[in-house]
Design a protein around this ligand. Structure first.
Ligand SMILES: [Fe+2]
Length: 256
């Protein structure tokens, strides 16, 4: 399989190009608007087509590159079921598979940072019939969990989101094997977590042992810690979310 992690230090976002060269089927996960040329160039250099663009959730801190990628490549857009976007897409259910030749992506519902949030388990069937790594989005980052407040609204209070995130971590991500490599959507410098590592790669096992958000032994203690001293929300958050829900290509958001 082909796999590349792309970093954007300006917003501390990680995004991914992956897929099967043999069957010319690549996907981009959590594309950043500033890196669209690079995703296309990477796929072109491998002679592979970008056929899928996936979001782990609707982003609140940066403009997504999804609309432009879909226009340029004709790829299908995939978002978690319930993402509430206004453009054509395939709504991925929990445990649904996206097959890219010998590479397989499995959606794992992990709400809490956002109500509609999926992690993506990735299997390379040329290596083995079990997941090799997991793209954790903003649910589990390197050194912390994602913040629970950015997508809270109405009856979905920050506390309820934090409780949901606790269950996503303990009942989903932490049930994965320790050896699974973990690739998050943010790293140090991002507004989406606190005290994140500048190393944008970890494993489930290392985070299980050393991630401070995973050291709480009760849901209440986790929720208490996660809902206090939350850093300020990203500037232009409402405009960014509105742009990302619209599906219109956005190259610039006023004030950013
Ligand atoms: Fe996020």
């Amino acid at each position: 399989m082909y796999f590349r992690q792309l970093l954007n230090d300006e917003t501390a976002c990680a995004s991914y190009v992956l897929g099967c060269k043999t069957h010319s089927a690549f996907a981009v996960v959590d594309p950043h608007v500033d890196l669209v040329d690079e995703y296309v160039a990477l796929a072109d250099a491998q002679g592979a087509a970008i056929v899928a663009v996936l979001e782990t959730h609707v982003q609140a801190d940066h403009a997504s590159g999804l609309p432009e990628l879909v226009v340029r490549t004709g790829a299908k857009a995939y978002l978690p079921d319930g993402a509430g976007v206004d453009f054509d897409h395939h709504a991925l259910a929990d445990r649904e598979l996206v097959r890219l030749g010998n590479t397989e992506i499995e959606a794992l519902a992990t709400p809490g940072h956002a109500l509609a949030h999926h992690a993506y388990l990735v299997t390379d069937h040329t290596r083995g019939d079990e997941p090799w790594f997991v793209l954790t989005g903003d649910a589990l980052l390197v050194g912390d969990a994602g913040r629970p407040d950015l997508h809270a609204h109405g009856e979905h209070t920050v506390e309820e989101m934090a409780r949901s995130l606790y269950r996503s971590l303990t009942e989903r991500l932490l049930t994965l094997p320790d050896h699974l490599v973990l690739y998050p959507s943010h790293y140090s410098g991002s507004v989406c977590g606190r005290g994140l590592s500048a190393n944008p790669i970890s494993t489930i096992g290392f985070e299980r042992l050393h991630n401070r958000a995973l050291q709480f032994h009760s849901e209440d203690a986790f929720v208490d810690a996660l809902t206090h001293d939350i850093p300020p929300a990203p500037e232009q958050q409402a405009a960014i979310v509105a742009a990302n829900r619209s599906g219109r290509p956005v190259t610039e958001i006023a004030g950013m």
